[in-house]
Design a protein around this ligand. Structure first.
Ligand SMILES: O=C(O)CCC(=O)C(=O)O
Length: 273
């Protein structure tokens, strides 16, 4: 029992899950260690470079630079399905489901390659649902950021401003400098955070490129960054978990008739139960 006075009740967080949830609720983030093994990580890094080369060839390096998209690999799972395992990882969903409830979708999967001695566009403070300068009474969007390299001060590990998911207004420079933190993480660790938490990529002063893969899971009321059902054209929709996570379940009807037909089908299904 912690020594205290004048406190009538204390948060109970005996189990690991409870501690993660309390971390997220109060300071905005929690850390899961050793989620993916090192052999898999090496394959992921190689594949990310291959997908990036493809995306760079498709769009053009100069053009990527013009829209601040250099060294970002968008939707890698659509190019190499081994990245699907990061989307469906049970350890992540145990926490995310406890926060968002049963209904949520993948809003994005993006990899950030923080190259040695190159300033990345993500090295600017932001929320992962940007332009939202208000707070919410409970989270509607959660991130799962996988470290595929050691995240340290030297490699440009992510910098967070704890508790800032509760700030409507972005704080002063002095406050930022005093309160930001840069957790030291190993490759294979995952940081789960409220998407309202301010964060940015650190400065990579090491000799090695630093790899991470970010996932945003949101309530289906928020739009996906890329319309994944249309991108995938039905692929994976037979899989119950992916049908929900990739957003097939929440696709918007195209007409009044479609809307009503879908509702009728749901009512019939409910009545048959
Ligand atoms: O790469 C990082 O450390 C941060 C990435 C980031 O801010 C993002 O993906 O939103």
């Amino acid at each position: 029992m912690v020594k205290q006075y004048g406190i009538s009740s204390i948060e109970s967080s005996e189990a690991a899950l409870d501690r993660h949830l309390e971390n997220i609720r109060l300071r905005g983030y929690t850390i899961l260690t050793d989620v993916i093994p090192s052999e898999v990580i090496e394959k992921f890094k190689k594949s990310l470079e291959e997908v990036y080369v493809n995306q760079e060839r498709e769009f053009g390096k100069i053009e990527l630079g013009e829209i601040s998209e250099l060294d970002i690999v968008r939707a890698p799972f659509a190019y190499d399905e081994s990245f699907l395992s990061l989307i469906t990882e049970p350890k992540i969903h145990q926490i995310i489901r406890a926060i968002l409830g049963e209904n949520y979708v993948l809003q994005l999967q993006n990899s950030i390659i923080n190259r040695a001695n190159v300033e990345h566009h993500q090295a600017s403070w932001h929320r992962d649902i940007p332009y939202q300068e208000y707070t919410l009474s409970r989270p509607i969007s959660m991130n799962a950021f996988y470290c595929l390299s050691p995240f340290t001060k030297e490699t440009g590990g992510t910098i967070f401003l704890p508790y800032s998911h509760k700030f409507e207004k972005f704080p002063s420079l002095g406050f930022l400098e005093e309160n930001q933190i840069q957790p030291e993480l190993n490759s294979g660790d995952v940081i789960i955070f409220d998407s309202w938490l301010y964060h940015k990529a650190g400065n990579n002063s090491s000799k090695l490129d630093r790899y991470g893969i970010n996932h945003v899971f949101t309530s289906p009321i928020l739009a996906q960054q890329i319309n994944l059902p249309r991108l995938l054209k039905g692929k994976y929709s037979e899989n119950e978990q992916l049908y929900e996570l990739l957003g097939y379940k929440y696709e918007r009807p195209d007409s009044v008739l479609e809307y009503r037909k879908e509702r009728l089908q749901r009512v019939k299904q409910r009545n048959e139960k």
